[in-house]
Every structure is written in structure tokens, then in C-alpha cells.
Design a protein around this ligand. Sequence first.
Ligand SMILES: [Zn+2]
Ligand SMILES: [Zn+2]
Length: 255
Amino acid sequence: MRFAVLGSGSQGNGTLIASDDTCVLVDCGFSLRETERRLALLGVAPGQLNAIVVTHEHADHVHGVGLLARRYNLPVYLSRGTLRGMRKPVEAAGFLAGDERLQVGSLSITAVAVAHDAQEPLQYVFSDGHRRLGVLTDLGSYDDRLLAHYQDLDALLIEANHCRDLLARGHYPYFLKQRVGGDLGHLNNHQAARLVAELGWHKLQHLVLAHLSSKNNQPQLARQCFVDALGCDPGWLQVANQDSGLDWREIARPI
Ligand SMILES: [Zn+2]
Ligand SMILES: [Zn+2]
């Protein structure tokens, strides 16, 4: 099982998860041309994708979904609320809700409802029966139900959106600071690191920090929060960035 990131941040998101002959794209926040370019860099032809799974209707996650799906005839799965919230609706191949499971080829995909200011936002846990990868961005808070879904992972891509202090001192208008930092906004570095500490991280082969704000965060600040909370090697932490994403990472089968 392996994964790669096309790009991560408020300008566009896309994550690939692959196992055997199955390849799924989570979100597509880039233009069609930019998506094709980024997929090519990762060695994937758009027609090879088996499905697009959408987390929520914010433009950085859905901007390119409709065009990509229509051009390459790809099935799209999302929540009913997400479809309702999309400015340019797509044809849904199927609907998902929290706690529901979808099988696409060799990948089992579990939808997890999250607290975010969208209609019916979901995040996902992927499994090929042997390994588990969690994708978790765009949430402002979490509870025990969410933690239960993200137990026992072999790899985790998690949002470390902002530094509390940079957000407080920065130039965002007050309402936006409240939104981003609120319970329906985005996880800050400390919250994300604490979440991973609560889950336990010693089994993780990969821990990828994602959806970093370009204005209210810096990779070294995010890393430091995780190092402080987990006591892990800073070199082990990975950051998926906006421009170059993250190259393929293999998740080995646990012994
Ligand atoms: Zn987002
Ligand atoms: Zn969002």
C-alpha cells in the first residue's frame, strides 16, 4: 500500500492512495491541467484512477473534481451534504456518511464525520486488509468517536494548519481568526500533535503534516510542536507542501 500527495494547503489539495491495481484520489482542488501535471509527476495517468473520494465542498478540495471526473469518466463518492454544498455539482456514483464503508478494488474506505464548517464533512481511513492509512485534515476539534476510527494506523496524514500565536498576531480579520481557530475550523499545531499523542504513534511508519497555512504557520514550527509532544526524531516527520506535495511513500506490511 502506498500514498502520495499532489499538493496540500488552502490553494489546493489532492492525495493518492494505492494498493495493488487500485488507485483512489482524495479531493481535487486544482484545475484540470494542474491536476494532470501533478498526477504525471507522480507517474499516474488520470484514467488509471478508480475513484475520486471527496471530503467536503470547500474549493481547495473540490475545484477540479467535476472536470476531472467528466473528462476521464471517474466515479465520485461524497456525502449528500457535500454535494448540496458544491457550487458546481457533480454526478455522484454513490453517497457516503460517517461510519459507512466503501470498497473500491482492494481498498476499503471508512468515512469519518468531522467537525468543520461545511455541510457534511468527512475524512477517511483506508485499508487493504493488512495496513491502515488515515487521512485527517480540515477539522477544528475531535472527540473519542474520531479517535476510535483512527486507532491502530500504520501511516497518518494529519492537518497541522496553523500556529496559535501566528494566527493571533497575524493580519486575518477577527471573524476569520475566530473561524480558523474555532471548533469548526482547523487544527492548530498543538491540537494536531496532541491528537497523535493520544492515538499513540509508535506503530506509525509515516507521519505526514499537511494543510499547513502559508500565512499562519511555518514547517519548522509545526515540526517542533510534534517533536515536543511525541519526543520523536524531527527528521522522521514529513511535511506535505502546497507546491510539490509529497512523493510516493510505501507502507510496508507489518510483520
Ligand atoms: Zn481545506
Ligand atoms: Zn475546509
